[in-house]
Design a protein. Structure first.
Length: 319
């Protein structure tokens, strides 16, 4: 149950591991919207994200016996690091199951907190299944990234800090993702002020932006992020990344990794509308110059400036 007492308890508890992220007034966004807009810079946390809040509070609610058995989770990013760091603070073992396509920097960062990393599967669902199997086999306590009330309570402590700093806040915009952060923030915000408006934000799928073209793209509906990632990798002739609509950067780079490793036969085409993917293209070029990759490894990854380029690529590389 998400109660005010629990949120207050969690707010005090997470102070042991979080940095104070004071609201930052945005002149630009305020001018653009005609409102007073503030940002909550949770990217400044020690682990790089708010996820440590939910992980640490969840672990605090476990019994000593549960902690001694060890903790386990599945994640390819911020939750992995949050659990690893929180477990280190409690002096208990942490096992993190990550997809084999997880960027090495995230694997190493997770290991740096003392966690044991197990690489398994191509997508999150497969890593998660492995984590459940290990939990059953070894007796580990599973820490879910978002489908857990204690985790959501920990994430919701962000709302408590917002209210303390900005008591008259009228709207809070929160990313939805898996739902843990949105659940915690919206519940606490409504407990503190029933009249506040909490707006959940998700990337707008490219169909709403007019990015559906006959014989090129089709709409694929999925129930959550992990299923979406799996569907992206299972696509047939080609994977086309559209600006702001196909998937997160992590998901797109995962597909690119599978293409370069020859684990995926379909080519990856990035629609570089107005230079949207320029930085990614420059990174790949730099990796070749530094000897960290090669043109052969990157064969199958293409950048298209417009729809005509995409049509031309589909006509040649998918034959």
């Amino acid at each position: 149950m998400l109660t005010l007492d629990k949120f207050e308890e969690a707010s005090e508890k997470v102070k042991e591991v979080t940095l104070e992220t004071k609201l930052v007034y945005s002149d630009f966004l305020s001018e653009q919207t005609g409102n007073k807009v503030y940002l909550k810079p949770e990217n400044m946390q020690f682990t790089g994200a708010y996820k440590v809040r939910g992980a640490y509070y969840k672990i605090s609610t476990l019994t000593e016996t549960e902690r001694k058995k060890g903790l386990i989770t599945a994640s390819a990013g911020n939750h992995a690091q949050g659990v690893a760091y929180a477990a280190k603070c409690y002096g208990c073992k942490a096992v993190i199951v990550m997809p084999t396509t997880t960027p090495l920097i995230k694997v190493n960062r997770t290991k740096s907190y003392g966690a044991e990393v197990v690489l398994c599967g191509d997508v999150y669902d497969e890593a998660c299944q492995k984590a459940y199997e290990l939990a059953e086999e070894k007796g580990y306590t599973f820490i879910h990234p978002f489908d857990d009330l204690a985790v959501a309570t920990g994430q919701g402590t962000i709302a408590m800090e917002i209210f303390k700093e900005l008591p008259l806040v009228e709207y809070i915009l929160v990313p939805i993702g898996g739902g843990g952060l949105a659940t915690g923030v919206s519940t606490l915000a409504k407990l503190l002020n029933p009249h506040i408006k909490v707006i959940g934000v998700e990337p707008q799928f490219f169909i709403d932006a007019g990015f559906v073209y006959d014989e090129i793209t089709e709409l694929i509906t999925t129930k959550d992020m992990s299923e979406r990632k799996a569907k992206m990798i299972e696509l047939g002739d080609a994977f086309i990344a559209f600006p702001g609509g196909t998937g997160t950067l992590e998901e797109i780079t995962e597909v690119m990794s599978k293409v370069s490793l020859k684990h995926l036969d379909a080519p990856c085409i990035l629609y570089n509308l107005n230079g949207y993917y320029d930085s990614l293209k420059q990174l790949l070029d730099h990796m070749i110059k530094m000897g960290l990759s090669s043109e052969n490894r990157q064969q199958g990854i293409y950048f298209a400036d417009d729809m005509e380029d995409i049509k031309a690529l589909l006509a040649t590389v998918t034959k």
